[in-house]
Design a protein around this ligand. Structure first.
Ligand code: COA
Length: 198
């Protein structure tokens, strides 16, 4: 799957949101939150200017894995979808090729606390399993990024890793990190309509 975003019929709609791949024209719309300290505290990059953000966001490599979250036509966040090979032994390498994805997310702080990120990430996971046929999704975060791991737990992802002082924050501090994952069959179970009790 050389370009996974091309394998999905866009835009994808959820109850309140619309998702679509990012384009070079979206640099300014995404800068409105990517330039915000609250949004960049835990992310890989904290661009200090629109031109720095353009250099990070506007590359072919970045655009190929970035999906925008829109609310009533306004860009309120973005998602990362990076399809990868799983680790395998050499003899079965072909079977482990392009079977999983690492996910990421950033929401405009003005739109936090209303479940929009949860709704968008849940849909992203559905796309990974149902449209792309992947077998596992993963995401990592600093242990102190409570909103991010709470989101993962709300969705049903499992904490598989607690690495101690392994990630270097730009503050200079080596911090703990969490790794989360979810398998396709676990997702199918989670999304099965609950049987009525009574
Ligand atoms: C991580 C991030 C996306 C989470 O944002 P968020 O606003 O907490 O997540 P949601 O939009 O899903 O909202 C969830 C909150 O809204 C509440 N909520 C309200 N209505 C809701 C609904 N319909 N569905 C779900 N949650 C709802 C939830 O209870 C939750 O609040 P709580 O954490 O106080 O319990 C956001 O903090 C962010 O962008 N951070 C900066 C970037 C970042 O760190 N990215 C990850 C790097 S690893």
């Amino acid at each position: 799957m050389s370009d996974p975003l091309k394998a999905i019929a866009w835009p994808v709609r959820t109850a309140r949101l619309s998702l679509r791949p990012a384009t070079p024209e979206d640099v300014e719309a995404t800068w409105t939150y990517r330039g915000h300290e609250e949004a960049s505290r835990w992310t890989t990059r904290a661009p200090v200017s629109l031109s720095a953000h353009r250099r990070d966001f506007g590359t072919e490599e970045s655009l190929a894995k970035t999906i925008l979250i829109e609310l009533d036509g306004e860009v309120i966040g973005d998602l990362m979808l990076q399809v990868e090979d799983a680790w395998s032994q050499a003899e079965v390498k072909d079977q482990a090729s392009v079977v999983q994805a690492e996910l990421g997310w950033v929401l405009h702080p003005d739109h936090a606390g209303r479940g929009y990120a949860t709704e968008a990430v849940r849909e992203l996971i559905r796309l990974c399993f149902e449209d792309l046929g992947l077998r596992r999704v993963t995401a990592n975060c600093f242990a102190d990024n409570v909103s991010s791991w709470r989101l993962m737990e709300r969705i049903g992802m499992r904490r598989e890793l607690h690495a101690v002082r392994e990630s270097l924050h730009r503050s200079g501090e080596w911090m703990d990190a969490f790794g989360y994952a979810l398998l396709a069959d676990e997702w199918a179970e989670l999304s099965r309509p609950q049987e009525a009790t009574g």
